[in-house]
Write a protein that binds this ligand. Sequence first.
Ligand code: AMP
Ligand code: ZN
Length: 310
Amino acid sequence: MRCRRCKKPAVVEVRRHNAAFCDSCFQAYVHAQVRKAVDGLGMFSCDERILVAVSGGKDSLALWDILISQGYRVDGLYLGLGVGEYSKRSQRACEAFASERRVNLRVYDTAIEEGYDVPRAAKGPRTPCSVCGLAKRHLFNRLALEGGYDVVATGHNLDDEAAVLLGNVLRWETGYLARQKPVLQSTHPGLARKVKPLYRVAERETAAYAVLRDIDYVVQECPLAVGNTQIELKHALDAIEETSPGTKHAFLFGFLERAAKAFEGEDAVELHACSRCDMPTGGALELCAYCRMRDSLTGSRGPSAEEERL
Ligand code: AMP
Ligand code: ZN
């Protein structure tokens, strides 16, 4: 097989585009996809400060690498969620990446800073993945605002987005479908802009990119996530993709281009400030879901936002 661009021997095949690339043309292809996402959707500009959430896995470290080499002002954030050896290895991978490239990484350990970790939290009514998702959503937003960043970037790739879309469509979660976008603009001073610059890049492409760039990433998936719905949905899509290459791409891009508009506004809720953390929250309760979860785990009421300001 020959590279589509330069005709040298190819090292990576991209079946959905019916193409193959040599090492350097493949890297250029991935960079072009990210540029198309960032510039095409106005995710951020060169003078803005970006916080990239890095898990130590291939996607988020590849994203950090790409944004650094494209000249963006980008720092990393790793959340230590206390999942034993897996979390320790993930943290080490992020730290090694940051020190090799001399870039800033913030490590935020929930056990130290917030008084809980995910394995302990998962002994309550919530599953580990729901505790983890809630913690990540809240902390990415809060830490980005506190750090003066303009935008939070995550490493969600095309496969992640297609699997989430499938889950949302299967249950017609119209509120979630309204929020399933590669860019979530800040609609409130307490909400940072959230972007997914890898949404045009498939998972096996981010893996190939990380290998070609010599990025030392953690291959293991979170042991607490094994068998969760998201992983099962990915397997289902993988099976379809195997016999019908391009299905995931067509599913996700068809939705974004032709169907997403139909769900606009379905997620509209009136927001008020959580009386503990001051972050915007919907619904009738005084505390946001994160503060309620943290209270139930730490058994503490903690100071209210008002008390903390005094
Ligand atoms: P996941 O929800 O594990 O599929 O991860 C989706 C994205 O969230 C990753 O690509 C990262 O950008 C981010 N992420 C996941 N885990 C962490 C973590 N422990 N610390 C910081 N960012 C994370
Ligand atoms: Zn709160």
